[in-house]
Design a protein around this ligand. Structure first.
Ligand SMILES: [Fe+2]
Ligand SMILES: [Fe+2]
Length: 351
């Protein structure tokens, strides 16, 4: 067979590291906004034998449910999936004689101060996010970034301009209006989360097929395609839900009317604008692939190493602000570690 353990380990070690990052951020979402006992199946979220408390901020849950009543259930399920991805990849590495990865030493970021949230430091910061929402128009476009398409406009331009919280930071963020309605600030936090969920999962949606093109061991290929498919399932759900974010303004953050046939980036109108933003157009628009003469085809994009390798994925997370430490006004040490794992993954070539 083609590969020695070190090469096999290169992709999987990087992906395991990234899955640990994903698990860390999803656990924070689940703690605050996850389901408690919704539905018939009991919530049994745990990591390394420790039960994870969920739904600690009921009014945040309420604001998330404006996007869809099932949001809390989906949040805990997505969290469960990421924990399983990281742990499976580590177990697989070990089974092949390679070292598992654990980035816990880089967990230095403060969690939410909301009552009940375990106060141990975290790998990711969800309190200061700059969210790229251009995946929205990328998947509605007939052009493909891998074949000269783009740039793609943001669905929520303000989320890409300034950092905003995607989780309640203190109990004060959770106070409802006197009439019991949800204040715009709390709704903006929940709606930011709604778009951030899709941003995170669209990354995995492209990353797995990109890296799979460099794998020659069939079992490793199977691992990548199988986990990658679950990232696509996550993205599709969140893509659908984000479009339900209500049209509100909180300070410098407006969630626009996406079904209004008005371009939220520049005010343009017309059928092309409607096509680029309509909320329920959640299936991938057929696009250019390989050769224009082959005709448009509905696909995941990008999948080129150039646009979507491991380093690009880490850069996307950095730009998002996931590793920003307010105490030092800079990124945590995890960035250097992830970058070196990503460079090794990108450098590994199919043989
Ligand atoms: Fe994952
Ligand atoms: Fe994921």
């Amino acid at each position: 067979m083609a590969h020695s353990i070190p090469l096999r380990g290169t992709f999987l070690t990087f992906l395991s590291a990234l899955e640990q990052v994903e698990a860390d951020l999803w656990i924070q979402y689940a703690e605050l906004g996850g389901a408690t006992n919704q539905g018939k199946s009991p919530i049994d979220l745990s990591q390394k034998g420790q039960t994870i408390a969920t739904g600690l901020a009921p009014n945040y849950v309420k604001a998330l449910q404006v996007l869809d009543m099932d949001m809390p259930q989906y949040i805990v399920d997505n969290t469960d999936d990421e924990i399983s991805h990281h742990s499976f990849l580590n177990n697989y590495l070990k089974s092949k004689g390679a070292s598992p990865i654990d980035l816990s030493q880089f967990a230095v970021l403060p969690p939410s101060q909301v009552t009940g949230v375990p106060q141990h430091p975290r790998l990711t910061n969800l309190q200061h996010l700059t969210v790229d929402t251009s995946w929205w128009t990328r998947y509605r476009s007939t052009t493909n970034p891998d074949f000269g398409g783009g740039p793609f406009e943001n669905a929520v331009p303000d989320l890409a301009k300034n950092p905003h919280p995607a989780i309640p930071i203190t109990d004060a963020d959770l106070v409802l209006n006197k009439d019991g309605s949800i204040p715009n600030h709390l709704q903006a936090i929940a709606s930011t989360a709604g778009f951030h969920f899709a941003f995170i999962e669209v990354g995995g949606t492209s990353l797995y097929p990109t890296l799979a093109q460099h794998v020659s061991n069939l079992e490793v290929l199977r691992v990548l395609l199988s986990i990658g498919g679950s990232e696509i399932m996550h993205f599709q759900v969140w893509h659908d839900k984000a479009g339900n974010a209500p049209n509100i303004t909180d300070g410098n953050l407006t969630f626009p009317v996406l079904d209004g046939s008005v371009d939220p980036d520049n005010g343009a109108t017309g059928p092309a604008v409607a096509d680029a933003f309509q909320a329920n157009l959640i299936m991938p628009e057929p696009t250019v692939f390989l050769d224009q003469n082959l005709g448009p085809v509905s696909i995941i994009r990008p999948t080129s190493s150039q646009l979507n390798g491991a380093v690009a994925a880490v850069n996307g997370f950095i730009k998002d602000g996931l590793f920003f430490d307010p105490a030092t006004n800079s990124n945590t040490g995890i960035v250097a570690e992830l970058m070196s794992l990503a460079q090794a993954a990108d450098a590994a070539q199919r043989t």
